[in-house]
Design a binder for this molecule. Structure first.
Ligand SMILES: Cc1ncc(C[n+]2csc(CCOP(=O)(O)OP(=O)(O)O)c2C)c(N)n1
Length: 663
C-alpha cells in the first residue's frame, strides 16, 4: 500500500467533485450523481492505476478507459483535465456549450482521451468488449516471444443503467466465453437510477450473474481509495482467462447531503445546493479551482507515464527492427489506408452466373481478406447463410489459443455484435465487419446509429434482404429495413443488383474510412446484368446510382431500381422501347454525394416520367421519381410462401413496371 499517496488522491477526488459541481451549476444541466459518487474511483484510476500518456493520447499500448455511463460526462472531463490531457479549465467552464470540447455526453473525436461516444446506456460496455477483442487480436498478431508490444488493459465504468441493458449482457457473455481477461469493468453500484431507487426495478445479484458468465468478481467500498487501487491491481495482474468485474459500492451524489444516496442526486438537482456543498467539502470560494498540490501530483504522474511510454517506445523500436514485416503491417493498419486496387483484386464472375448476392459476397470477401489482412469478419450464428467466413483465417478464440483469428463467432447476440464491432473500430487497428439477416438489423440499430455518429468504418453484411426470403414468412421478410437504414445519417446502404455490383459494393464499403456501410444482399439467385460492362457495374456502385442501360432514342421514361428489382426494370425497358433508360440505384447516400451535374446527367430534370420499383416500403423513392412519377413498393408485411410466389404476389415484376409506365 505504501506507493499509494492517499492524501493527494483524496484531494484530487475533492477537486474533481468541485469541478463537476461548478460546471453543472454554471450551465444548469448535466448529471452530478456519478461524478460525485465515483470521485474516488476516478482518483484510483487516473491518479494511480491507469497507464496512459496525456501527451500521447493515441499511444497504442495505453490502457483504454471508457465511461459507459456517459451521462456522467463531467466525471471524465474532470479527470482528463486533472490528468493533463489537452482539456483546459476553460473547456470545463464551457461544459455543454456550442462547439466546446466538453459536449453533453462524451463524443469520440471531440475530446482527447475520450475513447468512445457514450450515453445510450450499455453501449460502452459492448464497446469495451470490442476494445478488449482488439487488444487480444493485436497481442496475438504482433507480440513475439522476444517483445511485448501490446499488454494493455481495457477499463469501463458503468452504472446500474448500463448493467440493466440487454446489450451489456450480450457483450458480457461473449467476453466471458472468449476469456477476455484484459477487460476490467468497474460497476458504480449506488442503488439509484434516474426515476427511483434501483430496488424499484432490480433485485438480481449482479456479481453472481457475471460470475455465472465466467467473470472474476470482487465487491468493494467504492469510496476507499486503497481498496479500489488494490482491486484494480489484482485485476490487472491476473491473466487467468476471466474478465474482471469490480463492484464498487458507492453513494450517489456524495458531497451534497441534501440529495446524496437518493434519486434526486442523479441529475443536476443537487446543483442548487452548490454553495453549501462546496463549503462542506472544504473547497475555496474560487470556482473551477485546482489546488497546487493536486497539479503537482498529476505533474509527477505525468513524468512517470512519460517514462513508461518511452520505455515502451524502445521496445517498439527493437521489435520493429527485428520484425520489419509486422511493423509495416501495424503501421499500415494504424494509418487506416486501404489498397487502391482492391476492386482489381476480385476476379470477374462468369457472365451467365445466377448467384445470390450473398453468395457473390462470400466469394468477393476472400480476395479482399487477402488484400486487407486486418479485416475481421463476424457473424451472429449465421455464417452458413450470410456466407462471410474468411476461409484462409482461423476463428477468433482466445479460449482455444487463437486470439489472432479473424472470424468472430458472436453467437446469437446481434446487439452485442454491433457494440463490439464499434469497439474494435474505435481502437483503430482492425476493420470490423459483421453479419446477420437483414430483418434483424434492427436488433443492432442503436450501435449502427452510434457508428454513424462517431464516423466508424464498420461494415454490416445483411443478407436475406427482402420478401424474396420466401418460406420463412413475414417475420423473416424485411420490408421496412432497407429504407429504415437509409434514414440513419452517415450510413451508406448498398443494395447491389448482381455479382459484379456486389464486388463494387464490398470494395466501396471497405474503401470508405469515415463512416459505416451496410451491404444488403439477397438470399435468392439473381441474373447477371450482362447488358452493361462489368466495369460499368462495379464502378457504378461507387457513384451510388448510374445509367445501366441508356435509351436508344429520345429519352421518354426513366426506370429506377436497386438490388433484386433491377432485373425487372431491365426486362420492362426491353418491352417499353428505345426511349427507356434504366438507372441502377445501389446506394442513395453515395448518389447524393455526387456533383449536381452528375446527378442531373443520370436523372435529367427534364424527364419527369419515372417509375421506381423496390421490394420494400417505397417512401424514400419519391425524391427520385418526383410528383409525376410512380413507385411500385411493398408497403405492408410479407407472406409465408416460396420467394418467387411472394415477389409476384406483391407486384415485384416487369409487368407491374410496364403497367405503371403505361398508366
Ligand atoms: C438506452 C438509454 N436509456 C435511457 C437513458 C436515460 N438515462 C440516462 S441515465 C439513466 C439512469 C441510469 O442509472 P444509473 O446507471 O444507475 O446512473 P446513476 O443514477 O448512478 O448516475 C437513464 C434512464 C439513456 N441514457 N440510455
Amino acid at each position: 500500500m505504501s506507493d499509494i499517496n492517499t492524501t493527494s488522491l483524496t484531494a484530487a477526488a475533492t477537486t474533481a467533485r468541485g469541478l463537476a459541481i461548478d460546471a453543472i451549476h454554471k450551465c444548469s444541466s448535466g448529471h452530478l450523481g456519478l461524478p460525485l459518487g465515483a470521485a474516488e474511483i476516478g482518483a484510483a484510476l487516473f491518479g494511480q492505476t491507469l497507464r496512459f500518456n496525456p501527451r500521447d493520447p493515441d499511444w497504442i499500448n495505453r490502457d483504454r478507459f471508457l465511461l459507459s455511463a456517459g451521462h456522467g460526462s463531467m466525471f471524465l472531463y474532470a479527470w482528463l483535465h486533472l490528468a493533463g490531457y489537452d482539456l483546459s479549465i476553460e473547456d470545463i467552464m464551457n461544459f455543454r456549450q456550442l462547439g466546446s470540447k466538453t459536449p453533453g455526453h462524451p463524443e469520440y473525436g471531440e475530446t482527447p482521451g475520450v475513447e468512445a461516444t457514450t450515453g445510450p446506456l450499455g453501449q460502452g460496455i459492448g464497446n469495451a468488449v470490442g476494445y478488449a477483442v482488439s487488444g487480444k487480436m493485436a497481442a496475438g498478431r504482433f507480440n513475439t516471444p522476444e517483445h511485448t508490444i501490446f499488454d494493455h488493459h481495457v477499463f469501463a465504468l458503468a452504472g446500474d443503467g448500463c448493467m440493466q441493458e440487454g446489450v451489456a449482457a450480450e457483450a458480457a457473455a461473449f467476453a466471458g466465453h472468449s476469456q477476455l481477461d484484459n477487460l476490467i469493468l468497474l460497476y458504480d453500484s449506488n442503488d439509484v437510477t434516474l426515476d427511483a431507487m434501483a430496488v424499484k426495478t432490480q433485485s438480481e445479484d449482479t456479481a453472481a450473474r457475471f460470475a455465472a458468465m465466467g467473470w472474476d468478481t470482487q465487491v468493494i467500498d467504492g469510496h476507499d481509495i486503497p481498496a479500489i487501487v488494490t482491486a484494480i491491481k489484482n485485476a490487472k495482474a491476473n491473466d487467468n482467462g476471466h474478465p474482471k468485474l469490480i463492484v464498487c459500492k458507492t453513494e450517489i451524489g456524495r458531497g451534497i447531503p441534501e440529495v446524496a444516496g437518493t434519486a434526486a442526486g442523479h441529475g443536476e438537482g443537487g446543483a442548487k445546493f452548490a454553495a453549501a456543498a462546496r463549503q462542506g467539502m472544504g473547497l475555496p470560494e474560487d470556482t473551477f479551482h485546482v489546488p497546487e498540490n493536486v497539479r503537482e501530483y498529476f505533474d509527477s504522474r505525468g513524468e512517470i507515464m512519460g517514462s513508461a511510454n518511452l520505455e515502451w517506445q524502445n521496445t517498439y523500436t527493437d521489435w520493429s527492427q527485428a520484425n520489419p514485416d509486422l511493423a509495416r503491417l501495424l503501421t499500415t493498419a494504424l494509418s487506416g489506408s486501404v489498397p487502391d486496387d482492391l476492386l482489381q483484386q476480385i476476379p470477374e464472375f462468369e457472365p451467365d452466373n445466377k448467384l445470390a448476392t450473398r453468395a457473390a459476397g462470400g466469394q468477393v470477401l476472400q480476395p479482399i481478406a487477402e488484400a486487407m489482412p486486418m479485416l475481421v469478419s463476424g457473424s451472429a450464428d449465421l455464417y452458413g447463410s450470410t456466407k462471410n467466413y474468411i476461409k484462409s483465417a482461423v476463428d477468433f478464440e482466445p479460449q482455444n489459443g487463437t486470439p489472432e483469428g479473424r472470424n468472430i463467432w458472436f453467437g446469437i447476440r446481434e446487439h452485442g455484435m454491433g457494440a463490439i464491432m464499434n469497439g474494435i473500430a474505435y481502437d483503430g487497428m482492425f476493420r470490423a465487419s459483421g453479419a446477420t439477416f437483414a430483418v434483424f438489423a434492427d436488433y443492432l440499430r442503436p450501435s449502427i446509429r452510434l457508428a454513424a455518429l462517431a464516423h466508424l468504418p464498420t461494415v454490416y453484411i445483411f443478407t436475406h434482404d427482402s420478401v424474396g426470403v420466401g418460406e420463412d414468412g413475414p417475420t423473416h421478410q424485411p420490408v421496412e429495413t432497407v429504407s429504415g437504414l437509409r434514414v440513419i445519417p452517415g450510413l451508406d446502404v448498398l443494395r447491389p443488383a448482381d455479382a459484379e455490383e456486389t464486388a463494387g459494393a464490398f470494395t466501396t464499403a471497405l474503401q470508405r474510412t469515415d463512416g459505416p456501410s451496410a451491404l444488403m444482399l439477397t438470399r435468392q439467385g439473381l441474373p447477371s446484368i450482362n447488358q452493361a460492362e462489368t466495369r460499368t457495374r462495379r464502378e457504378g456502385v461507387q457513384h451510388g446510382g448510374y445509367i445501366l442501360k441508356r435509351e436508344e432514342a429520345d429519352l421518354e421514361v426513366i426506370l429506377l431500381a436497386s438490388g433484386s428489382e433491377v432485373q425487372h426494370v431491365l426486362a420492362a425497358a426491353e418491352q417499353i422501347g428505345a426511349g427507356a433508360r434504366v438507372v441502377s440505384m445501389p446506394c442513395f447516400e453515395r448518389f447524393e454525394r455526387q456533383s449536381p451535374e452528375y446527378r442531373d446527367e443520370v436523372l435529367p430534370p427534364g424527364c419527369t416520367k419515372r417509375v421506381a420499383i423496390e421490394a420494400g416500403v417505397g417512401g424514400l423513392w419519391w425524391k427520385y421519381v418526383g410528383d409525376n412519377g410512380k413507385v411500385i413498393a411493398i408497403d405492408r408485411f410479407g407472406i409465408s410462401a416460396p420467394g418467387d410466389t411472394v415477389m409476384k404476389e406483391l407486384s415485384m415484376t416487369a409487368e407491374a413496371v410496364i403497367e405503371a409506365v403505361k398508366s
